[in-house]
Design a protein. Sequence first.
Length: 197
Amino acid sequence: MGKSTVDRRVLRSKLALKEALLSLMAVKSFSQVSITEIVETANYNRGTFYTHYENKEALLDEVLGELIDELIAAFRAPYDQVELFKVEEMPATAVKIFEHIYSRRDEYTVLFRSDVLPMVKEKMFSAVKRISNEDLEHDRTGPLNQELMQAYSMNALMGLVFHWIEGGFQYEPAYMQEQLVLILNHRPGAARTHVKK
């Protein structure tokens, strides 16, 4: 048997196990999912499972790892081909993060309704923050504290992403792209207050 045949079998069995885990997490909490249920849903045996994964947490880590890798690629898309990235010149079509999430909305929906949500959010946020810190060097000549600006920017971006997912993808990805660019370029002035005196 050739190596490519074995590789395809490995990919097929791992995909089936990942899909089984997510389908089970759609109806019960991750903590209640058993390896027996995963292999039965995937139509494999426990031996196949343990060939690829030490435990169900390792399987979940691989599911999240793949999503995070795609999330990072989508985050980098607006600037991965340029030497100087100017946010004010970025067209909405360059923003790919919402397209990525929407293309994997079934997985994100399951994860955001699960008992592993805090870990999912933390991994997503940490990945985007790390890549932003590694990839982008901002002008340090002004009075603005870059560390604080970075924290503000990443929390705002991921807060918007989380809000969109938790709202059931109320808006189309193209609309979210346009709104993000408008938000990034918006400089708020005055706001009318409604505080009762």
